[in-house]
Design a protein around this ligand. Structure first.
Ligand SMILES: Cc1cc2nc3c(=O)[nH]c(=O)nc-3n(C[C@H](O)[C@H](O)[C@H](O)COP(=O)(O)OP(=O)(O)OC[C@H]3O[C@@H](n4cnc5c(N)ncnc54)[C@H](O)[C@@H]3O)c2cc1C
Length: 419
């Protein structure tokens, strides 16, 4: 590929959830697009999108404005399944459970947050009633009767929503990349972006370890590496180490952990927020949101798994799912890229409208990948999107925002981002 050719668009981070989705949506619209990926192959297990499962759910205790985005994501995931012929999504239902006094955000429990709604426009009181989502309120003994793998304390309150389940992230990325290429996209792996600048005629020059490329538009979706590619975002991006683990089940109880009888779950107890999945071939998979709260960088993250990592996860298994309290059979280290309010960054670059920025993690972005891919395509090619992305704009007030805006202002006319 020669530097002389001017592409319509370059997507950085094409091997990740958001970049692969953006590549697909751009190519499907007929855009001449190149996807750049630093890792030698995609999908891979060095970013935020590996580990065989990601929860998808409609009841969004974080904020009701996410619900229309998830609805659109469901539609797009199903479309992707049809077009690729791959099974990406398994519906299991979703359990949101917590004791009445658990705090999963200022002043609300995961149960209350998932259930409550309409009365308030407050960020804290989403969302099932507000959006008319199907749901049931269950006692712990009702949960156990219906889903015998669960052993919740009697004091826990549970909201069950049938429209929850999980995606297989590696297959999703593979499907997006495969179909993007079928629609004409080019994909270059092992091409780490070293820097980018906007030149005089508004063209973007992108330097990589595999040469330089020129494009009219640039989408930056580099996950935990966004602080390097867009240093002005550093005040509001924190990369955090995460670990998920798979635990061996008591063989006679395996039937209690199949997707047919074991919904995915979000479980807030007194101090922690666990999540988990039906068993796969490796066992019962559990994660602890924010894990051991270890701030890191995408390059320096400790990828070894310690006994402290295992113990943090086993506490959930031992207490609530004792039939899965067997050997740790597998573990994966992964990173969150958090904003202070845990909403996403999804916007055009304040100085260069032809550059689009996406940091859609804070530990809950995967389910949205196809809708975010289409929004990135909208922003890159049209400059605007019909979706409501106001909570994710750079202009949105959040802690650290002043420092970000100041950094962009000081960045001057050409925000060269040489690494
Ligand atoms: C343990 C864990 C559990 C999670 N659970 C859920 C869940 O249940 N449900 C949910 O919805 N979300 C969940 N999430 C969040 C979700 O996985 C993330 O929001 C999502 O994967 C982020 O995707 P991304 O494309 O932004 O980042 P990534 O997938 O990391 O992609 C970024 C890509 O950019 C590439 N890149 C970086 N720098 C460069 C460069 N200089 N040049 C070229 N390429 C570059 C990287 O190699 C990578 O491929 C979870 C995350 C983790 C870590």
């Amino acid at each position: 590929m020669s530097a002389a050719r001017v592409l319509d668009c370059v997507v950085v981070g094409a091997g990740g959830a958001m970049g692969s989705a953006a590549l697909f949506h751009l190519a499907k619209r007929g855009v001449q697009v190149l996807g750049l990926e630093a890792q030698p192959s995609a999908p891979h297990s060095y970013g935020s999108s590996h580990g065989l499962s990601r929860i998808i759910r409609l009841s969004y205790f974080e904020h009701p404005s996410y619900v229309p985005l998830v609805r659109e994501a469901y539609r797009l995931w199903r479309g992707l399944e049809q077009e690729s012929g791959e099974r990406l999504l398994t519906m299991t239902g979703c359990i949101n459970t917590s004791p009445p006094d658990a705090d999963c955000g200022p002043g609300t429990s995961c149960f209350q947050g998932a259930l409550r709604s309409g009365k308030s426009s407050s960020k804290l009181l989403p969302c099932s009633q507000e959006h008319g989502l199907a749901h049931e309120v269950l006692t712990s003994s009702e949960v156990e009767q219906r889903f015998p793998g669960y052993h919740l304390p009697p004091s826990f309150q549970t909201m069950y929503e049938p429209e929850g389940g999980f995606l297989v992230p590696e297959r999703c990325i593979q499907a997006h990349l495969h179909l993007a290429q079928r629609h004409g996209a080019e994909l270059l792996c092992g091409a780490k972006v070293l820097g980018w600048q906007v030149g005089a005629q508004g063209l973007v020059r992108v330097q990589t370890t595999r040469g330089e490329f020129i494009a009219r538009r640039l989408v930056l979706a580099a996950g935990g590496w966004m602080p390097q590619l867009v240093p002005q975002l550093r005040p509001i991006l924190t990369v955090e180490r995460q670990v998920v683990g798979w635990f061996q089940l008591v063989p006679e109880q395996r039937q209690h952990f199949t997707p047919q009888v074991f919904p995915v779950f979000l479980l807030h107890d007194e101090t922690r927020y666990f999540y988990g999945f039906p068993a796969d071939e490796h066992g019962f998979k559990v994660g602890l949101y924010h894990h051991l709260r270890q701030v890191t960088t995408a390059d320096s993250v400790d990828r070894s798994v310690s006994s402290a990592d295992e113990e943090a996860l086993r506490q959930c298994v031992r207490r609530y799912f004792p039939e899965a309290d067997g050997r740790l059979t597998r573990a994966a280290v992964c990173t969150f890229t958090n904003t202070p309010d845990l909403d996403f960054i999804l916007d055009r670059h304040p100085l260069h409208g032809q550059v689009v920025l996406a940091s859609c993690c804070s530990g809950h972005g995967f389910k949205f990948a196809p809708v975010i891919g289409s929004i990135l395509a909208d922003l890159a090619m049209e400059g605007a999107t019909p979706h409501d992305i106001s909570p994710h704009r750079l202009s949105r007030q959040r802690p650290g925002q002043a420092a970000v805006l100041d950094a962009f202002a000081r960045g001057g006319g050409d925000a060269a981002a040489r690494l």
